[in-house]
Design a protein around this ligand. Structure first.
Ligand SMILES: *Cc1c(COP(=O)(O)O)cnc(C)c1O
Length: 482
């Protein structure tokens, strides 16, 4: 490829990226093109002859544009999606240009050291034990996998079984205790590790999704042999935290391993005003979190922390004759802490984001999101017929429309209001099933969200509700003619 063609492709990408970035707040928060239109725009026969890279980039942007979601914008409240912060994006560009294979120090020295340094900064910011080892992964699903693989190996080793050498067939069974409200990705990670869903002991949770300590105590009382307990910091709907300190004491009293899924909630520990929510979390044995959620890294970036670094390395290490031998002289090879061998140099993005935000910047952003969630909750709950179902302590708001209506009518009204909000296109939020009812779930987690965005979103939600609510509902929210 001629030099000027590379330059043209980079220039095109840069111009298109700036365009997108500058209009991200005014673009629709959801895709405007449907499947058929996207297939039409992106499809066609297999390309036979090529074209200049810059043209391919132009075509990509034109075809993909209408199918892009507003996840990088300020009023996208669906799922739990970080906002792809420009500092991380710019580092991600360089990461691609540099093309480093961050498997080991020898093959990518700067990448390995950037990851090593960023990993230590993360342990510090999240207040985790300093002896932790860290794996940088594609997200919390893989981080859960890494931690649970380490747990599996360590627990079986205590029983005299070497799972890394002898595998799982014939191994002593490990009892797994996990809350009824665990995230589906943890169940997937357990499945990959040979813990089928029917083997799990599900522990009852309270109205906010928190594991009930008494229920865990009762379940553990019957438990002999190695066991694994999985707690959650930050419930996907309510943002609630399991009482991890109490769970840790119980788990360790019985000689078990406690893992915490803190995909976004773990970040409360980086925010002094919210850290009390996640107190006791540091007593666990392993932790999974995401950088592409609250730290705003572009996808994909997650972190796995394991107190027992040896168990972590044993579970993940890849050795081969052509790879460097054991780590020496303080050098750390990323490959020994996560599943992939050839891997993206995610350490550059992490390093840059942590540098750009700093401890105070991260704390301020998290606190702002929590305040914005409270603000939105106050606004919508002030409208007759709308209720907020959770205690808003973090960044999550669970909204019910037709709050005083019979359940099935409330379900229908909630779905109608959500459809109306999506049609309005000011913000994006999704429906979900929660405790047997339809709700709208709102996650406020994008770096660019402002008070004005929240006011506009609240206006849109309230207007939508006024349009769909039945005439039979009076100002007090009571059905008068039902
Ligand atoms: C998002 C999330 C996950 C999964 O994380 P991915 O980054 O999507 O793999 C796991 N647990 C919780 C609580 C989450 O919010």
């Amino acid at each position: 490829m001629p030099e000027d063609e590379a330059g043209a492709a980079f220039d095109a990408a840069h111009r298109l990226a700036l365009d997108f970035h500058r209009t991200r707040a005014t673009r629709p928060p959801a895709a405007t093109a449907g499947f058929a239109a996207l297939l039409e725009a992106l499809g066609g026969p297999t390309p036979e002859s090529g074209m200049p890279a810059s043209e391919a980039i132009e075509q990509l942007a034109a075809a993909a544009g209408p199918g892009l979601m507003g996840t990088a914008g300020p009023r996208f409240f669906g799922w739990v999606a970080g906002g792809s912060h420009p500092a991380g994006v710019a580092a991600d560009w360089l990461t691609s240009v540099w093309g480093q294979n961050a498997a080991c120090y020898e093959g990518a020295p700067a990448a390995a050291v950037a990851e090593q340094v960023a990993a230590q900064w993360l342990v510090d910011l999240l207040g985790l034990p300093p002896e932790c080892s860290v794996g940088i992964t594609t997200g919390a699903t893989m981080s859960n996998f890494v931690c649970l693989a380490a747990a599996r190996g360590a627990l079986l080793r205590r029983m005299g079984w070497d799972v890394e050498a002898d595998g799982l067939f014939g191994a002593p069974p490990i009892a797994v205790f996990i809350g009824e409200d665990a995230h589906a990705s943890v169940l997937a990670a357990l499945r990959y590790l040979g813990f089928g869903e029917r083997r799990l002991v599900r522990i009852a949770t309270d109205e906010a999704g928190r594991m009930q300590v008494d229920a865990l105590r009762a379940a553990l009382a019957h438990c002999r042999g190695p066991h694994l307990v999985i707690a959650q910091a930050g419930h996907i709907m309510t943002g609630a935290f399991d009482p991890v300190g109490e769970i840790a004491a119980l788990t360790h009293e019985h000689g078990g391993w406690l893992h915490v899924d803190g995909a976004f909630g773990l970040w409360a520990r980086a925010c002094p005003a919210r850290a009390a929510l996640a107190v006791g979390v540091e007593q666990a044995d392993s932790w999974a979190t995401d950088a592409h959620k609250w730290l705003q890294a572009p996808y994909e970036c997650g972190c796995a922390f394991v107190r027992d670094a040896d168990a972590h390395r044993r579970a993940m290490t890849i050795g081969a004759g052509y790879l460097p031998p054991a780590e020496e002289g303080g050098v750390r090879d990323p490959v020994h802490y996560a599943p992939e061998l050839s891997r993206r140099a995610r350490g550059f993005v992490l390093w840059t984001l942590l540098r750009a935000f700093g401890r105070s910047g991260i704390a301020a952003m998290i606190e702002r999101h929590c305040m914005l969630a409270e603000r939105l909750a106050r606004r919508v709950a002030g409208e007759a017929g709308i209720a907020v179902l959770n205690e808003v302590e973090l960044n999550q708001v669970v909204v019910r429309f037709g709050a005083h209506e019979p359940a099935s009518l409330g379900d229908a009204l909630t779905d109608a209001a959500i459809a109306r909000i999506q049609q309005d296109g000011v913000c994006f939020a999704l429906g979900a099933q929660w405790r047997g009812r339809r709700v709208m779930r709102v996650s406020i987690i994008a770096w660019s969200t402002t008070e004005d965005d929240i006011e506009r979103a609240a206006d849109s939600m309230i207007t939508a509700w006024r349009e769909v609510r039945p005439v039979s509902v009076d100002e007090g929210g009571v059905a008068v003619n039902a």
